[in-house]
Ligand binder design. Structure first.
Ligand SMILES: [Zn+2]
Length: 290
């Protein structure tokens, strides 16, 4: 049972970390009733217990109003109830609360613990607080109103992490939907005419891309040269052993070099002969002038 619960808590906290970016040490706001419960249940190492349930390091915090509420309760037990046991409980709770970090709430005049915690946590729990409270009303009101707020409380001396609230589940679903939705720019691109058939036909985008590639491969200059050279080389390479000449596509390196040199020679020889003719004509013309 314990292992099963620990596994469930780990999974639950993983969701809080994933969606709300909780980080260790987890800031746990402790309300007066929880501080009192720690004393009542004689929890020797409250931080260790909180840490084992929340699967991480914990930073306990108490607001100014919440510690003031503990002082008020102690005074009430001493003066009005005259219950020394209860007074002692609150005294110990105050001593414990003094070891925790004091969260400044700057409320003018002490507010009730519930009102103070609600204002400190806020509507969206921006500062990523966790709540440790035993007061049912405080837990219930914050659970219903604030998404992404992990809450722990004591259930018959067993520290319990509350399951995810409906508000939190809805909020996570909403965030995931907004993430998966297309951005304005993406929507604009899809609305362009080039992409409009793609939305109707799934095979359409792959088809226009394929012929473009084929066209690019078609007019490969190397393949054209090979075919010409192969014809010439076939004439020259008639003396070569059979089978070597007709293979136009796979020309031998010797054939390649030969054809290339031939082509170069032919290309060069023509202009040189023309030059010579021109020179001769030029000489003739010059000579006539002189
Ligand atoms: Zn306050």
């Amino acid at each position: 049972m314990r292992q099963k619960r620990a596994k469930a808590y780990r999974r639950l906290l993983h969701h809080y970390v994933l969606h709300y970016h909780f980080r260790e040490p987890y800031q746990v706001l402790i309300d007066p009733t929880f501080a009192e419960a720690l004393v009542r249940f004689q929890v020797h190492e409250p931080l260790k217990q909180l840490g084992s349930v929340l699967h991480g390091k914990v930073k306990p915090m108490i607001t100014q109003c919440c510690i003031a509420a503990l002082y008020d309760a102690e005074n009430h037990a001493r003066n009005e109830l005259q219950n020394s046991d209860e007074q002692q409980t609150y005294k110990q709770a105050i001593a414990l609360a003094k070891t925790w970090e004091r969260r400044k709430c700057n409320h003018k005049g002490t507010q009730t613990a519930g009102a103070c915690l609600a204002s400190v946590i806020g509507e969206k729990n921006q500062h990523r607080y966790m709540l440790a409270a035993d007061d049912v009303q405080v837990r219930r009101s914050l659970r219903r109103s604030v998404p992404g707020l992990p809450i722990v409380h004591y259930s018959q001396s067993v520290l319990v992490l509350e399951p995810m609230s409906d508000v939190t589940e809805q909020h996570i679903r909403h965030m995931e939907q907004s993430k998966s939705a297309l951005s304005i720019e993406e929507q604009r691109i899809l609305q362009t005419p080039a992409f409009s058939p793609a939305s109707t036909n799934a095979n359409a985008p792959s088809q226009p891309a394929a012929p473009k590639r084929k066209r690019a491969k078609g007019p490969n200059p190397l393949s054209v040269k090979k075919s010409k050279s192969a014809g010439k080389s076939a004439g020259k390479a008639g003396g070569l052993p059979e089978g070597s000449a007709p293979s136009k596509s796979h020309a031998t390196p010797a054939g390649r070099s030969g054809t290339s040199s031939q082509s170069y020679v032919s290309s060069i020889s023509q202009p040189t002969s023309q030059r010579r003719r021109n020179k001769k004509r030029g000489r003739g013309s010059h000579s006539t002038v002189q």
